[in-house]
Design a protein. Structure first.
Length: 244
């Protein structure tokens, strides 16, 4: 009886998981996907402050009577983002092309022979089963041929405004940018985050994605079209656990 309870419990658990996720989809039936509220990104449940390797801190030199303020990037007031909460424009222009072709061929063979031609001169003398035949003879052969081709052609162009969420001890900025666009029942979600040097921010308060360290760029969405393009939960589970 106990043997039949375990598979039943597993199936019931999977049905509960798919049911919970299905309830979220049912709540949006007849309505476009809900947009998330504008909020402080540092208050998100999965937010973690960024830590980076830092050089030893040194106090800035002070010049008596100087009009230049230590840390300034211009003689006049700098309008570029420099403090937590300041806005910054992030420009993403990705044009990747890659083509990889791999061919692998391997072959191997082996053989082993083991026999007892004579045993202390007793061969054939009252011991009939001692013969000169081979006692052990094994052979093996293996071959493997594989070929693969990968072709990628990706282009992503977008611009969005972000916020400085941290100023690291060395002066670099941690920036987070999020944007949602809903069109005809499909919600597009854009997200960019990373670490920016103040020197890489241009005069018009813009930084390009190739100047962002530890960049995380996400372009996705949810809606009716996304649901149709996503395999069902049961199919995903079977693809993960089936060995064939």
């Amino acid at each position: 009886m106990g043997k039949h309870r375990l598979p039943g419990a597993v199936v019931a658990g999977l049905l509960c998981l798919t049911g919970c996720s299905g309830l979220a989809d049912l709540s949006e039936t007849g309505h476009p996907p809900r947009m998330t509220k504008t909020s402080d990104p540092t208050q998100a449940p999965d937010y973690r402050p960024v830590t980076m390797p830092m050089p030893p801190l040194q106090p800035p030199p002070t010049e008596v009577g100087s009009l230049w303020r230590p840390g300034s990037r211009a003689f006049f007031k700098d309008q570029r983002a420099s403090q937590v909460g300041d806005l910054i424009k992030i420009s993403v222009l990705i044009a990747d092309n890659a083509a990889l072709t791999d061919n692998t061929s391997a072959a191997g063979s082996g053989s082993e022979n083991f026999g007892i031609p004579s045993l202390f001169g007793f061969q054939g003398k009252g011991i009939s089963h001692l013969t000169s035949s081979t006692a052990l003879d094994t052979s093996s052969a293996s071959a493997n041929t594989a070929a693969g081709t990968i072709r990628r052609n990706e282009t992503v162009t977008l611009s969005l405004a972000g916020t400085i969420t941290q100023v690291l001890p060395n002066g670099n900025f941690v920036v987070v940018a999020r944007q949602e666009v809903r069109i005809n029942g499909e919600l597009r979600q854009l997200m960019v985050s990373g670490v920016v040097r103040p020197q890489d921010i241009t005069e018009d308060n813009t930084v390009t994605h190739d100047r962002i360290a530890e960049a995380r760029i996400s372009y996705g969405g949810r809606g009716q079209l996304t649901k149709l393009q996503t395999p069902r939960y049961g199919q995903q589970i079977l693809d993960s656990v089936l060995p064939f």
